[in-house]
Design a protein around this ligand. Structure first.
Ligand code: TXA
Ligand code: MG
Length: 331
């Protein structure tokens, strides 16, 4: 299949393809998404094939306007409404009771559906012109680092999808926060662009995510993973990812010479990396980490050290991604 590249003056063509049941990748403020018409089960099934995604991992449904919600959800619980008022449009995905109009393959058979209203103007225009809810996971091959540039999407999915809407790099660079207001207490299932603290300002008893992380490429047996995607390995470049402590930019005893580094630095004088990315803030680190993983692979470097960061701001979500990408996760 030829994968067409659309510029941002061709949003209507991309929207028409989505309406017609084809797959189109598009930019959002978090990461690039791989979209399909969420009301069309055949279109949605193509997502799982193109990504190599396990079919028990449900998708997020994207909307541009609240008037689309009744088609997707059975009910809007009061906490969900408060979260929508505070964080939509933006990087919060909310879990709702599912409406029957949404095919079962979108939600992997669950009785709930995850919905997000992105803030990126190009995403919003695409969603408006498509005028159907759009199911979209991150636009990467399953298990790989998420795509935050159209070039990364092309690298993973060229020949497998109908088109890519080419925009700028994703500003946040890490996926949305997935939270479930129907649990008691309400809980973050996946940390992301909206922080626990921000949610707690609206709903004081919201809980953070459980720290369970898969330790093999197979599914994990742990019972209480409410977000099915969390049991799979994610975000991994070919290079081995090794977390290092906050104050350890140059002290790795295993340092081999052919390694890369990403973190806040400073890198001690005399310490040589084959490639290094020193970020000026946690936000910048989050925004570029997935693209840097891909760069390390392009350079053929077999090992990348990632400096740990504190939990503030997007730090918790960044650490979640680094832990999952890392091969040195303890069970
Ligand atoms: O920022 C994002 O969220 C990006 C952009 C494209 O919007 N999308 C994204 O999708 O990250 P994906 O498929 O890579 O991750 C979706 C996550 C998975 O962890 C999945 O298990 C969870 O959302 N999820 C989806 N539906 C769910 C549901 N009904 N209940 C619980 N978790 C759900
Ligand atoms: Mg993903």
């Amino acid at each position: 299949m030829h994968t067409e590249r659309f510029q941002t003056n061709q949003i209507q063509t991309a929207a028409d393809l989505l309406r017609a049941g084809e797959l189109v990748a598009f930019p959002t403020e978090t990461v690039y998404g791989l979209g399909a018409n969420a009301l069309n089960a055949d279109a949605v099934s193509k997502i799982f094939i193109a990504k190599g995604r396990p079919s028990d991992n449900p998708l997020i449904v994207h909307i541009w306007d609240r008037s689309q919600l009744p088609m997707i959800v059975r009910d809007i619980p009061p906490i969900a409404l408060e979260w929508m008022n505070a964080f939509w449009p933006g990087a919060l995905t909310i879990v709702f009771p599912k409406n029957a109009a949404i095919p079962d393959n979108v939600t992997a058979g669950l009785d709930t559906v995850a919905v997000r209203m992105p803030s990126h103007p190009i995403t919003r225009e695409l969603l408006q012109r498509a005028n159907v809810p759009i199911a979209a996971p991150s636009a990467n091959r399953s298990g790989k680092p998420s795509a935050t540039t159209w070039q990364a999407v092309a690298e993973d999915l060229s020949g497998r999808i109908a088109g890519i809407l080419c925009g700028q790099s994703s500003e946040i660079g890490i996926e949305s926060t997935v939270a479930d207001p129907n649990l008691n207490p309400p809980r973050i299932l996946r940390p992301g662009g909206v922080t626990l603290l921000q949610l707690q300002r609206i709903t004081p008893n919201v809980q953070g995510p459980s720290l369970a992380v898969a330790t093999s490429s197979e599914s994990q047996s742990s019972e209480n993973l409410n977000s099915p995607g969390l049991k799979y390995r994610h975000y991994q470049p070919r290079a081995r990812v090794q977390l290092i402590a906050i104050d350890e930019a140059g002290q790795q005893s295993t340092f081999s010479g052919n390694a890369a580094y990403i973190g806040l630095g400073p890198i001690p004088p005399g310490r040589m990396y084959a490639s290094a990315k020193v970020c000026s803030s946690v936000d910048e680190y989050a925004a570029c980490v997935f693209e840097y993983f891909r760069e390390v692979d392009r350079l053929g470097i077999p090992l990348v050290y990632c400096q740990s960061v504190g939990d503030g701001g997007v730090g918790a979500a960044l650490m979640d991604r680094l832990r999952r990408a890392s091969t040195s996760i303890s069970p």
